[in-house]
Design a protein around this ligand. Structure first.
Ligand code: TEU
Length: 520
């Protein structure tokens, strides 16, 4: 279909800038490094790059604590390097999506420094302040996503401030019109510089219920669980006023032409779908869909969730899928490398916009982070629960040379232990490598619009087999995925195998163990 926007026809590739390519000899990736590797990204066959935050930051949460919404952290470069990167990307037809973090700033942001300086500072109300509860403790029972109360006492002004994440990440008050205007100005700043869209961090968090009522307590919570699950985030997230703001963000994006908004939203289907908005009051183009990350890797389960998700979409709601991110365990660590190949085929044959996470295309799996090298604040605050995100944030291994070609010095996090064999250069020419599989899948997807926009029909999801058809006009493709490591019969797949996740061909009417095929 002509005239479909790029965020529907394309594939997004997430770059975690600290860990992509260092050009500054400090062991931390940067913008000039990304520019150097643009041909790799282009050759992979993706259409857009989403950059995790690159703004000035004390890095308490590695950039998700922003100290200036309109600058570049010197660690990553400067605005000149940024403009160069955008120009170089655009010259290759690649879009650039920035990570906008509206729920909270850094506690070092000049706005917060002012806000906490006195109760009558004009910026006091740009953040969320409240008096102590009757017992002198926090105003309510809200729990930070990173454990502990969401409220931090400020001794000087004798009030608590709210932080849904670290205490170094105070929540901004979107009910304050001046704060809201300043944040919209920041979006304009980047749109004016040519960015093609934003991934919006924790969008469903940005407004809190008036009066800050206690959240309902989760009766199923036990101390082995993540501390944040002690309560349901009923009053601290997903408020109607946040939808209004999303609609205004969308109106701003639309005023610039073909720009995309991707909302980070974790909610059950029905409430998740509300973030598309309505045709006369649209909100985000793509409410990020994390279900392939959050659910068990099981053919029946995945078949059902695809059906449920598709059914939950509004008439003009476009789907999206992702299997990895800087927050989630690596897909190959979670389900093993053989199944990660099946997951790659699923991701790139589903209806909608797929997002790839850097390094997954190399099949990076389990990485051991020695205790003295743990950097993730989520892990440091609740050690031993397996919440560590460092394992998904290790540097890209480019080649077999010193520090894998990532940096001239020791990187900020260790490399994947198998980097000597598992790196871009080593995988580039191997027919069997994960990288080759990703390239083939991306190329088949690009040349087969049915895989992007065709109808989705589930054929079966049982006995470890997920099978579905994608159809556009007269083009039909059947995708059959074997979630087990044993052979499985698939009598109904007709046509020739266009691509398999394995080398060679199996017996007809059969999937080999861990095999996925596109047939047509
Ligand atoms: O993550 C939001 C979020 O919900 C996290 O708590 C996520 O569930 C957790 O990291 C999974 O282990 C976003 C960013 O993606 C994350 O990197 C930030 O730390 C967080 O917001 C705060 O900005």
């Amino acid at each position: 279909t002509p005239n479909r926007p790029w965020w529907e026809t394309g594939v997004v590739y997430q770059i975690y800038p600290r860990s992509f390519q260092d050009s500054g000899d400090d062991g931390i990736g940067d913008l000039a490094g990304i520019e150097r590797r643009l041909n790799y990204v282009f050759d992979l066959g993706v259409d857009a790059i989403w950059l995790s935050p690159i703004f000035p930051s004390p890095m308490a949460d590695f950039g998700y604590d922003v100290a200036d919404y309109c600058g570049i952290d010197p660690m990553f470069g400067d605005i000149v390097a940024f403009d160069r990167l955008v120009a170089a990307a655009h010259a290759r037809g690649l879009k650039i999506i920035l990570d906008f973090v509206p729920n909270h700033s850094s506690d070092q942001h000049p706005w917060f420094v002012e806000s906490r300086s006195s109760r009558d500072n004009p910026r006091r109300d740009w953040y969320i302040w409240a008096d102590a509860g009757p017992d002198g403790g926090p105003p309510n029972n809200w729990i930070s996503d990173f454990a502990g109360s969401s409220w931090e006492w400020d001794a000087r002004t004798e009030q608590f401030y709210l932080h849904a994440f670290l205490k170094e990440q105070p929540d901004l008050n979107w009910r304050n019109p001046a704060l809201k205007a300043a944040m919209f100005d920041a979006m304009r700043f980047w749109f004016d510089r040519g960015v093609d869209g934003f991934r919006i961090d924790v969008l469903w968090h940005i407004v809190k219920a008036k009066g800050f009522p206690d959240n309902p307590v989760n009766p199923g919570w036990t101390p082995e669980m993540n501390a944040r699950d002690q309560v349901f985030q009923k009053y601290s997230t997903d408020q109607p006023e946040a939808h209004q703001i999303a609609a205004e963000m969308r109106a701003l994006a639309d005023s610039y032409g073909a720009r995309v908004l991707i909302g980070e939203i974790f909610l059950p289907n029905e409430r998740h779908a509300k973030w598309f908005g309505t045709p006369d009051r649209p909100e985000v183009h793509l409410p990020f869909n994390f279900q392939l990350i959050e659910n068990e890797w099981n053919a029946e389960r995945i078949g059902q969730l695809i059906i449920d998700y598709e059914a939950s979409l509004p008439a003009d709601g476009w789907p999206n899928w992702v299997v990895g991110s800087h927050d989630a365990p690596r897909i190959a660590a979670r389900i093993g490398e053989a199944q990660a190949r099946v997951a790659a085929m699923l991701l790139l044959t589903l209806r909608g916009t797929p997002t790839l996470y850097q390094g997954d295309e190399l099949g990076i799996g389990k990485v051991d982070i020695p205790p003295d090298r743990v950097r993730d604040p989520q892990e440091l605050r609740q050690p031993g629960l397996g919440l560590g995100r460092d394992r998904s944030r290790t540097p890209m291994p480019w080649n077999g040379s010193c520090h894998a070609g990532f940096s001239s010095v020791e990187p900020w996090l260790p490399l994947n232990s198998d980097w000597k064999e598992r790196n871009v250069a080593a995988e580039a020419d191997k027919a069997r490598s994960m990288l080759t599989l990703y390239r083939r899948l991306l190329s088949v997807r690009r040349s087969t619009p049915a895989l992007n926009e065709g109808t989705f029909t589930l054929i079966r999801a049982d006995n470890d087999v997920l099978m579905f058809e994608r159809k556009l006009g007269r083009v039909r493709r059947t995708i059959a995925l074997n979630f087990s490591n044993e052979p499985r019969r698939i009598d109904s797949a007709r046509g020739k195998v266009i691509l398999s996740t394995l080398e060679g061909v199996g017996a007809s009417g059969e999937l080999r163990g861990n095999e996925g095929v596109i047939v047509g």
